[in-house]
Design a protein around this ligand. Sequence first.
Ligand code: SAM
Length: 313
Amino acid sequence: MNTKQHYSVLLRESVDALVTDPGGIYVDGTFGRGGHSREILRSLDQGGRLLAFDKDPQAVEEGERLAAEDARFTIIHGSFASFSSVKQSLLELGRDGEGLCGVLLDLGVSSPQLDEAERGFSFLQDGPLDMRMNNSAGQTAADWINSAEEDEIVFVLREYGEERFARRMARAVIKERQLQEFSTTSRFAQVISEANPRWEKGKHPATRAFQAVRIFINRELEDLTLALDEALSTIKSGGRLVVISFHSLEDRIVKRFFREQTRGKQFPAGMPITDDMLDKKMRTLGKAIKASDHELQENIRSRSAVMRVAEKI
Ligand SMILES: C[S@@+](CC[C@H](N)C(=O)[O-])C[C@H]1O[C@@H](n2cnc3c(N)ncnc32)[C@H](O)[C@@H]1O
């Protein structure tokens, strides 16, 4: 595989689960290099429409190329949490009364983001300590690491990296930045690694810290939480929500959301309740799906992928 390309995880499984009506309107919240989007377009007829988001300007450039080739496709530069752009696009298409047939979220970073050292996501390659998916705006990882309070660093490493040695790492970072501000991934990885007494076999000692800072800088969990609510309110009855997560923090949010929507409202025990009163919004379709052995052989990054699917009632 060319590492500048992105291998689309659970491609067939996710598109099959998503597309129920070839003439419907769909959202791909995470365009990346368009693997899922192209497959969705292949499943649609001439009446079908696909709106895609990406925060990353390079992904959006690729999306603009696809939009020039296929009039059924629109790319939006922004967060998938901003569903106001979807509503606006539906209005422009004259299909605002219709509701979406499905929303796909293939979370996390793309292979090009990880593989290009200058994006600053990787502890394996030296580059500027950036980590922004949208590298045209906002605070870089370096800006934050050079100015955050110790407790804030501890919070981020614990909350978004589930890092046991967050306090030691935060202290080491603060000590080092007094000597010289952080500007590169390699120095950050080195300081974190030196402060880490124990880590999982086969992993880099800075894996959790890099994941934590990336999630924080890109507001990944906040965006996901917002997007699930927005998607539910914009999908029509029978429409699907398909989410591919790559770590337990994301999957926990998706699992909890699906559980709440499929269970409906909670009432005190013993109260006589009808199904109507529960006001269930969704039903889950099947269990969580993981990549096949064949896919794992082709792409080791699909190892941690978990796909969940729910349908609006
Ligand atoms: C795993 S990749 C998606 C790959 C894509 N499905 C494909 O087949 O090429 C995730 C992409 O989603 C983008 N992304 C992540 N969170 C986002 C958000 N909240 N809003 C918009 N784009 C986001 C990233 O910039 C990245 O390009």
